[in-house]
Ligand binder design. Structure first.
Ligand code: AFP
Length: 280
């Protein structure tokens, strides 16, 4: 597992460089020497593929940017699903973005997850690696240094409601409003990584991406986004559900399957469970 953790750190340093120097965002754009530029998220995908290819314990990878899984080492035991640059459209407006990694043993699937990691590229580069605990690291002078263990409070103050309100179910809107009525503050950038990171570091709150009329299965992808963050939130003493069931108890039938999802501290998730358990 240490070799995987080290490889992820290398990808983070290379992705940070790519974000810093890239002619931002646009696919098929020509650079000053007339070469076609590779879109930033595809470039990040290749960086991760390259670094994980060097780790013999990695059996197979699956990327948010690839249609299919990619076998790397027949003798490896770990299966890694990653989103190379989540929220990549935010690079163009200079907001934080992130990479997410779910590390599975033997096969992809929530029940096989043994570790999870994400990197936030903001004013600083921070990395959270979770096994039994969720640990925060900060990139300083080219090295990731351990900062602290992350623990959520029982109750937080932030509310990050995802999806288009127009397409929310009325009971979902009522629930979101009930938190605001209780004094919760709105914090939503449109980047899952910084939004969930903020709730984790500020002690708690609720991030939701519900089923909506246009996306009945939610937007966020199980293997690359939902399960990895569910694992981190549970390791930090929080909870993660799809409304009724724990996210980590769900299956998947395709690597790109999505799910409605709610991540938070215990108080907020109890409310979500209560509201959603009354629906059909
Ligand atoms: P993009 O990668 O298309 O920018 O989407 C980012 C994302 O997958 C996730 O990071 C956000 O939490 C979520 O979408 C935001 O979606 P809404 O704009 O529908 O709330």
């Amino acid at each position: 597992m240490n070799d995987i953790f080290e490889a992820i750190q290398k990808t983070a340093i290379r992705i940070k460089d790519a974000i810093d120097v890239k002619d931002i965002g646009y696919s098929q754009q020509e650079n000053s020497s007339g070469e076609t530029q590779l879109q930033l998220d595809l470039q990040c995908d290749l960086i991760i593929e390259e670094e994980l290819s060097k780790v013999s314990s990695v059996h197979t990878i699956a990327s948010e940017e690839k249609d299919k899984e990619l076998l790397l080492h027949n003798d490896g035991e770990y299966f890694i699903a990653y989103d190379p640059l989540d929220g990549s459209s935010l690079v163009d407006v200079n907001l934080s973005v992130g990479s997410i990694f779910g590390i599975y043993k033997g096969a992809f699937g929530a029940q096989n997850m043994v570790a999870s990691c994400y990197v936030v590229f903001g004013p600083r580069v921070e990395l959270v690696f979770a096994q039994d605990k969720a640990k925060l690291y900060l990139l300083q002078a080219g090295e990731f240094e351990f900062v602290k263990e992350i623990r959520l409070n029982e109750k937080g103050k932030l509310n990050a409601p995802g999806g288009t309100q127009q397409n929310w179910e009325p009971y979902h809107k009522e629930m979101v409003d009930s938190f605001f009525a209780e004094g919760y503050r709105l914090r939503y950038s449109g980047g899952m990584v910084p939004d969930l990171h903020q709730i984790l570091l500020k002690g708690g709150g609720l991030f939701s991406y519900p089923a909506t009329s246009d996306k009945p299965e939610g937007k966020l992808r199980r293997l690359f986004e939902v399960f990895p963050f569910a694992f981190v939130y549970e390791a930090a003493g929080g909870e993660a559900i799809n409304g009724k069931e724990n996210l980590m108890s769900l299956g998947h039938s395709h690597i790109h399957d999505t799910s409605p999802c709610f991540f938070g501290s215990k108080y907020e998730i109890a409310r979500v469970r209560d509201v959603y358990s009354k629906q059909g």
